[in-house]
Ligand binder design. Structure first.
Ligand code: NAD
Ligand code: IPM
Ligand code: MN
Length: 354
């Protein structure tokens, strides 16, 4: 039987609950489709930071580099500053393994009530290609003159030709496989260096894809249009920060952050990919047993497609069961979807369906 090595990092807050829920369901699907997930689980995260002073060991990346894939829950703890936790674990993996594509699909499923008036299942179906290793998240800058009136903070965005071209090209390729429509999110009216460069690259790469229709939208306008006419979006390409913001909007208009999956992908296959839900550690609901595990489970379906030659049948099976559950009014749904079910009830219902 085919077996895949998966490095599992449940992390903080609801990350642990949704990861164990997802693993249970992924095992069921894998067994059904004749493969196995051999997991190594790492206790890296904020509890470790509070005890040992670091989110992960110094050689953390070396320890997981040979895995077929990485699966992460969430990172973030109310007692540790976010820039410490995220720069100590999640961001170094994305960057250190050159996972330059952050792929985030969002669909309005049957049975889900969008907060947008008049939208029903099937009306929204888009995927965001977010640049994931540079842009506004580059660690370029510093703070000077602490405590003085002239205290200064500089954080420079970094846009390289290679980094911009490769995310834009991947998004164009995705557009050719979908509806042939690409939205590029920009802010070149105000950011005359980085975002004009971004627009130039979109135009240049676009010459290789004459069949793709490109719509360039300023980020303020695209945020508005995602709310007023989300059906017009298909493939979206955005810088690191704009993509981050856009994908929380895309998640909520399609029902909940609790349904939004994400993959951090090194398309060159030099390093393992990392799959994680879009959401964070949700300290406001941690410990209540009500975290929606479906974002993490749908993230597992994305991971299946990237294992070996692609475990696509398993991914389709899993997505089918999730869609069936969501469409079934009498099935258990967590409070973020308007129900009153617990995480475990969602898992057990899904297991029955599978
Ligand atoms: P969040 O995504 O944790 O939560 C936002 C809102 O969505 C909350 O009301 C939460 O209860 C709800 N929510 C999120 N996931 C849910 C789920 N699966 N089921 C039901 N409801 C869900 O964002 P935040 O509150 O801005 O951040 C909390 C912490 O998480 C911070 O420390 C932040 O830095 C961190 N964070 C981590 C990641 C990550 O690890 N990938 C992503 C985002 C935020
Ligand atoms: C996400 C998160 C992260 C990001 C944070 C936690 C650093 O918001 O994955 O969307 O901004 O990339
Ligand atoms: Mn985010």
């Amino acid at each position: 039987m085919e077996a895949y090595d998966i490095a599992v990092i449940p992390g903080d807050g609801i990350g642990t609950a949704v990861t164990s829920a997802a693993m249970e369901v992924l095992d069921t699907v894998a067994e059904k489709h004749g493969f196995a997930l051999e997991r190594s689980t790492y206790d890296w995260g904020s509890e470790r930071y509070l005890e040992a002073g670091a989110m992960m060991p110094d050689n953390g990346l070396d320890r997981i580099e040979s895995a077929d894939s990485i699966f992460l829950g969430a990172v973030g703890h109310p007692e540790v500053p976010d820039h410490v936790t995220l720069n100590g674990l999640l961001l170094p993996i994305r960057k250190g393994f050159d996972q330059y594509i952050c792929k985030r699909p969002n669909k309005l499923f049957e049975g889900i009530e969008s907060p947008l008036r008049g939208y029903k299942g099937g009306d929204v179906d888009l995927v965001v290609y977010r640049e994931n290793t540079e842009g506004e998240y580059a660690n370029v800058g510093g703070r000077e003159h602490h405590g003085f009136d002239h205290e200064t903070a500089v954080q420079s965005a970094l846009f390289t030709r290679q980094g911009t071209e490769r995310i834009v090209r991947s998004a164009f390729e995705a557009a050719t496989e979908r509806d042939g429509h690409l939205t590029s999110i920009t802010k070149s009216n105000a950011q005359a260096h980085s975002m004009v460069f971004w627009d130039d690259i979109v135009e240049e790469v676009g010459e290789d894809f004459p069949e793709v229709e490109v719509n360039s939208l300023l980020v303020d306008r695209s945020s508005m249009d995602l709310i007023r006419r989300p059906e017009e979006f298909d493939v979206v390409v955005a810088s690191n920060l704009f993509g981050d913001i856009t994908t929380d909007i895309a998640a909520i208009i399609t029902g909940s952050l609790g349904l939004a999956p994400s993959g951090n992908i090194n398309e060159a296959n030099d390093y393992p990919d990392m799959f994680e839900p879009v959401h964070g550690s949700a300290p406001d609901i941690v410990g209540e047993g009500v975290a929606n595990p479906l974002a993490s489970i749908l993230t597992g379906a994305m991971m299946f497609e990237h294992l070996g030659d692609g475990e696509d049948a398993a991914a389709d099976d899993l997505r089918g069961a999730v869609e069936e559950q969501l469409a079934d009014e009498s099935a258990p749904h967590t409070p973020d979807l308007g129900g009153d079910a617990k995480t475990v009830e969602v898992v057990s219902d899904l297991t029955d369906r599978l």
